[in-house]
Design a protein around this ligand. Structure first.
Ligand SMILES: [Zn+2]
Ligand SMILES: [Zn+2]
Ligand SMILES: [Zn+2]
Length: 171
């Protein structure tokens, strides 16, 4: 396969991350307006902090940052903001790391799936309804009721693979 990767999440250069953040906040504003939800200042700030990079963020890191900014922050305030963002589908939880990542898609309720680089820590969401369909149909055939589905694929992104094994793995 040649050409640019389908996601810019893993690109270590030539990546206008401010654009990612702006888009994420715009998306959140639209989503909240559509659903009559309120993107309060704390919810917006938590979302911005999660979007600071493409690496999953731990709840206690969010808490630390909000604390520094506001001088104090009651943990429940931050956890409630996180819950709001999760329920609105604006962030997802990376179960294997107990951490949170911004959603860069317009889906509301799908089962998020991720490629996670073990070197740089970036996580990219896979948009592939086929995977959900296959699991749903396998579960149906087995008479199995799915509560929760976690698909997190660990590995190396192209940039890290190149960094770690220069030249000799050229295609
Ligand atoms: Zn970005
Ligand atoms: Zn998503
Ligand atoms: Zn990487």
């Amino acid at each position: 396969m040649t050409g640019a990767p389908q996601t810019s999440v893993f690109s270590h250069s030539h990546h206008d991350h401010q654009a990612c953040i702006t888009e994420a906040i715009d998306r959140a504003e639209r989503r909240c307006a559509d659903r009559n939800l309120r993107l309060t200042p704390i919810r917006r700030r938590v979302l911005e902090l999660i979007w600071e990079n493409h690496q999953p963020t731990k709840a206690y890191d969010l808490l630390d940052k909000i604390n520094v900014e506001r001088g104090h922050a009651a943990p429940p305030t931050v956890y409630r903001a996180l819950d709001f963002l999760l329920n609105a589908g604006l962030v997802h939880k990376i179960e294997s790391q107990n951490a949170f990542i911004g959603c860069d898609a317009d889906h509301e309720r799908n089962q998020p799936k991720f490629l996670i680089c073990r070197n740089c820590g970036r996580a990219a969401e896979i948009q592939s309804p086929e995977i959900d369909n296959v699991i749903a149909s396998e579960a149906r055939d087995a008479g199995f009721v799915v509560d929760h589905q976690t698909i997190e694929v660990d590995g190396l992104c192209a940039a890290c693979a190149e960094e770690l094994q220069p030249t000799d793995s050229a295609l």
